[in-house]
Structure formats: structure tokens, C-alpha cells
Design a protein around this ligand. Structure first.
Ligand SMILES: *Cc1c(COP(=O)(O)O)cnc(C)c1O
Length: 428
């Protein structure tokens, strides 16, 4: 079934570290050989051996309307002919910024970058420059990209690979990052008390998606907001995953909570490498060249990336019913999977919100990284492979969220639930 993928992975290992360009793709935590993709359309990905999969990673988010969404593909083709990069400003960048400022609450200005990593890294620099403070509070199992400051108790691939301390991140840098359990407000309060006037920012995934999908407990985000207000701390909501996914205005809109700086990635580029950070004018105007906090990018605001993102965002903006439909699809899948796993007698937890969800094999609620780590991830490994063999592509780690796309049809949901039933019969 995977002959060509296996051959390619062997070749890849000789010229690419670990055979992949981003760690989670390597299937390390689930074992086996990663599947090499050939093309994708709508809800389906097709690998080099000709196998078809219903896709539940959707490029980790950007394919919210399905793969090769035609308006995006056409726009890219059209704009590619005008030159793939200028290194000078374009009208399109203004239009993208205006669209984003119109969709997302509480932001006046936005700066485009090339990845979520860059967005979070730049947001932290801005918070530090703005407050004149050094330290940042983050949450265990939250992932904010691979900048040095964030590789402390990080989620996603760092958690998947079980790396405790990343070599190359200096102790001095790591010492400025304080990490506490997600959903633990008293611990945050204590850290602030122990570091008076030293905390520049609190950064949080408003819905955690890098240790599976974990919801903020009622009052958690509100509590963070008010602690930031009390202590002059910049509240950074990392909406790289949740932005334009949970609602057109992201988690800020869904939970009605204001961030001081928001970061974006994934959906914002429509599948092209794009990130952004945004905030109110009085904060954002400290960014160079308006202010002294330097941030730059040779390919930032790249026209092909901008038109892809613009086309996707505009569709989401003009069709708010997409979000209710996405949620309905997710709920159907969750209900069906609960029934299938329950009938098989498998102890499980399914967390879900909007079009994000994840399955943990545990008997207790999954509210933080410790809980996610204690789940039966060996069973997840077997479940993942059983599903893959049946044509369902789940995230290859229990520490990742599943993403539902609008291209997913009723028959795909039914297929997935049947595959889960068959998988469990096969495993147990
Ligand atoms: C994916 C992700 C990032 C990093 O984005 P990249 O584009 O991979 O650099 C940052 N924060 C969150 C919440 C993410 O999910």
C-alpha cells in the first residue's frame, strides 16, 4: 500500500534531516513511514501510491474550504504572471490589511510576515519593546512556533518528540520564559506576584491545539485579561490556529475577549507561507519604520501569498454560514465517533469546538498537558494506523488537533465513523 512512500522516505533521509521539513510529518510518535502526498482536492488527499485519504489535518488549518479551492488556485495563477515578488509595496497589501482589520475585532493595524513563528516572535519583541520588560508567561503544551523564547514546555512536535529542553536555546533566553499549566489561573497569579513589574507579556492559545484540542475553562481567558490589565502586561492571543477558524474574528470574537496583540498564520495565507501580527494603533506604531522596534522581511507581503490569503479570507468574510456548517459537521463526527468508540468499549474523551477536535484515550477530562500526556497514546498510535489503512488521514500525533474542512461531506463523515468502528474491531 505504501511502496513508493517507503522508497521516498528512505531517499529523503539521506538529504533532509529525518526525511521531512517539519518534525510531526515524520510519524515519529505513531511509528511507521510517513505517506508522501501527490495531490489533493476538496476533502481528499492522494498519495504517491495512489491511495486516497479523507483529510483531517488540512495542512494544519489553511484548507478550511478544502484542498485546491478553485478561486484561490485561479487567483494564484493570475497573479503569478504579474511577477512572483517585487520587494516594493503593492495595492494588494493594503487591501489585505483592510480586509483583516475589518474581520478581526479590536485591531487597527497589521504587519504581514511569512510564518506563525515569525508572527509570535515579532509579537513578543513588540511586547517587550513596548513595556520595557523582559519576561513572558506561556502555557505548558502551547506552541508558538520555533523561536528560542517559545521552546520551553512547548507543544506540537516538541511534545510529540518528548524533548524536555531544546539544545541550542541558551539558558539565559529560557530563563525569561515562565511556563505554567494551561487553565491554571492561580499559578499565573503567583508567577506575576513572584516577578513584579518584570512580565512583558502573557501569550496563550485561546483554544489549545498543539496538545490535542483543549478548551479554555470558563473564566480562564477572562482571568488572564484582567491580570494583564491589573499589572500592565501585554495580552498576546496566539490565533495562528484559531484565527479565521473559530469565527471570522477568531477567538476574540467567539469568546468576546480583547487581546492587545493577536498573531495569525495558517488560514491567513490560504496555504501559502504567511503569518501576521496585529493590534491597536498605539501599540503597533512602535514597529519600524513607524517606531524603533525593528521587524522586516524580504518576502513579507509577497503578492502570490497575499492573493491566496485575500481570496480565502474574503470568502469566509462573505459567507458567515460556513462557520455554522463547519460546526455542524464537527458535531456530527464527534457524536458518531463517541458512539463508535463507546460501542467498542473504548474509554475516550473527545474535545471539540467549532471545527477543531481531538480524541484522547483517557477516562478523565483533558484540560492540560499533564492530562493529555497521561492518555493512552499507544492506543492512539494503533488507531491512527488502522484509520490510515482505511483511508482516513488523522494527525500523526495525539498532541495535535484535528481540523474539519468545509469540503467534508455527509458521506465522508459516515465513512470516517465506519472506519473508526472497523479500526477498533481490528485493534481490540
Ligand atoms: C502552527 C502554529 C504556530 C507556528 O506557525 P508556523 O507557521 O508553523 O511557524 C504558532 N502558534 C500556533 C498556535 C500554531 O498552531
Amino acid at each position: 500500500m505504501f511502496t513508493k512512500s517507503k522508497a521516498l522516505f528512505e531517499e529523503a533521509g539521506k538529504v533532509i534531516p529525518g526525511g521531512v521539513n517539519s518534525p510531526v510529518r515524520a510519524f515519529k510518535s505513531v511509528g511507521g513511514t510517513p505517506v508522501f502526498m501527490q495531490h489533493a482536492k476538496g476533502a481528499y488527499m492522494y498519495d504517491v501510491d495512489g491511495n486516497r485519504y479523507i483529510d483531517y489535518i488540512n495542512s494544519w488549518g489553511p484548507m478550511i474550504l478544502g484542498h485546491a479551492y478553485e478561486p484561490v488556485v485561479k487567483a494564484i495563477q493570475e497573479y503569478a504572471a504579474y511577477s512572483t515578488s517585487f520587494g516594493a509595496p503593492t495595492q494588494l497589501e493594503v487591501e489585505v490589511a483592510e480586509l483583516i482589520v475589518g474581520m478581526v475585532p479590536n485591531i487597527d493595524m497589521v504587519r504581514m510576515v511569512n510564518s506563525g513563528t515569525e508572527a509570535c516572535m515579532s509579537a513578543l519583541r513588540l511586547a517587550r519593546g513596548f513595556t520595557g520588560r523582559n519576561k513572558v508567561i506561556k502555557f505548558e503544551g502551547n506552541y508558538h512556533g520555533h523561536a528560542d523564547s517559545f521552546l520551553v514546555s512547548a507543544g506540537s512536535g516538541v511534545a510529540t518528540l518528548g524533548i524536555q529542553a531544546v539544545p541550542g536555546v541558551t539558558a539565559t533566553v529560557a530563563a525569561d520564559t515562565l511556563s505554567v499549566a494551561y487553565n491554571n489561573l492561580p499559578a499565573v497569579e503567583q508567577l506575576i506576584a513572584e516577578n513584579p513589574d518584570e512580565i512583558a507579556a502573557i501569550i496563550v492559545e485561546p483554544v489549545a491545539g498543539n496538545m490535542g484540542c483543549i478548551l479554555p475553562q470558563p473564566g480562564f481567558l477572562e482571568g488572564l485579561r484582567s491580570l494583564c490589565d491589573q499589572h500592565g502586561i501585554i495580552f498576546i492571543m496566539d490565533e495562528v490556529m484559531t484565527g479565521f477558524r473559530l469565527a471570522k474574528g477568531g477567538a476574540q470574537e467567539l469568546f468576546n475577549i480583547k487581546a492587545d496583540i493577536v498573531t495569525f498564520g495558517k488560514i491567513i495565507g490560504g496555504g501559502m507561507p504567511v503569518g501576521a501580527f496585529a493590534g491597536r494603533r498605539e501599540i503597533m506604531e512602535h514597529i519600524a519604520p513607524a517606531g524603533k522596534i525593528y521587524q522586516a522581511g524580504t518576502l513579507s507581503g509577497n503578492p502570490i501569498a497575499m492573493i491566496a490569503g485575500y481570496t480565502l479570507l474574503k470568502t469566509l468574510n462573505e459567507h458567515p454560514s460556513i462557520y455554522t456548517q463547519l460546526e455542524e459537521k464537527t458535531n456530527q463526527l464527534v457524536t458518531g465517533l463517541r458512539a463508535a468508540l463507546g460501542a467498542a468499549g473504548v474509554v475516550h474523551q473527545i474535545n471539540s469546538i467549532g471545527s477543531m477536535m481531538s480524541v484522547h484515550f483517557a477516562e478523565y477530562p483533558i484540560v492540560d498537558f499533564t492530562a493529555a500526556s497521561g492518555a493512552n497514546n499507544e492506543l492512539f498510535r494503533r488507531f491512527f494506523h488502522a484509520m490510515l489503512e482505511r483511508g482516513v488521514y488523522l494527525p500523526p500525533s495525539a498532541f495535535e488537533s484535528w481540523f474539519i474542512s468545509h469540503a467534508l461531506g455527509q458521506e465522508d463523515i459516515d465513512f470516517t465513523i465506519d472506519a473508526a468502528k472497523a479500526s477498533m474491531q481490528h485493534i481490540l
